[in-house]
Design a protein around this ligand. Structure first.
Ligand code: 5RP
Length: 226
């Protein structure tokens, strides 16, 4: 199976996973990226059974709207029972690197609000130690050089992502060369740098469940089951 077929398979599995809780007043949190896009396309088939969605990016909001799914402002809702999103890497504790699509800050906000975070990914994203995928950091533009120096002091090799502006009007610095053995600490340390909006480590709020697409089927992983 190709990587795209694995992404489609986990998107279908995610729909089956959340289907029992779809009701007329339910709002679904939606992530960003190609796997999340497959999930949006699956969700469109059952759009009559739930109220609408909250999106973690303008791109996902546009895709939801193109399917006729109402998109709500996060501030206008009282409760978000589930958030479905992809990842760039996951370790066995379901701690993630995210932000390959530059949507990490809104993704982290929606994940923080959601009662359950369902991560969907193909098996290439499953790692022992986070960091082979360069860790994205969203930065206020005027702080770029200052943050870059501070990231070097933390052991990273920071590279400015050319030509990318986030939905929040900021830049992305990708941190190469990391072997992240203490993800909670690094997440906090990077977030302490003045000028950082947030970083793509989802360690303090990991996924609750990971639907991992493998060539032998979709595996449902929880920290308690690993
Ligand atoms: C976007 C993200 C995505 O979830 C992550 O990059 C995975 O993308 P894809 O599903 O295309 O492999 O964090 O900011």
């Amino acid at each position: 199976m190709s990587q795209d077929q694995l992404k489609q398979a986990v998107a279908r599995a995610a729909l089956e996973y959340i289907r029992p809780r779809l009701e007329s007043d339910v709002i679904v949190g939606i992530g960003t990226g190609s796997t999340a896009n497959y999930f949006i396309d699956e969700l469109a088939q059952v759009k009559q059974f739930f109220d609408g969605a909250v999106a973690s990016s303008e791109a996902s909001a546009d895709r939801l709207k193109s399917h006729g799914i109402p998109v709500y402002d996060l501030n206008s809702i009282d409760r978000l029972s589930v958030y479905v999103d992809g990842a760039d890497e996951s370790n066995g504790r379901l701690q993630l690197i995210k932000g390959g699509g530059a949507a990490l800050t809104r993704e982290k906000i929606v994940a923080a609000v959601a009662e359950e975070f369902v991560c969907i990914a193909d098996e290439s994203k499953w790692v022992d130690v986070l960091g082979a995928f360069a860790l994205p950091v969203e930065v206020i533009p005027m702080a770029r050089s200052h943050v870059g120096r501070a990231l070097v002091a933390l052991g990273a090799d920071p590279i400015y992502r050319q030509g990318v502006t986030t939905d929040n009007g900021n830049i992305i610095i990708d941190c190469h060369g990391l072997h992240i053995h203490d993800p909670e600490k690094l997440e906090s340390d990077i977030n302490q740098i003045v000028g950082v909006v947030t970083n793509g480590l989802f360690a303090r709020r990991p996924a609750d469940v990971l639907l991992l697409g493998t060539t032998s089927g979709v595996e449902e992983k929880r920290v308690s089951s690993i």
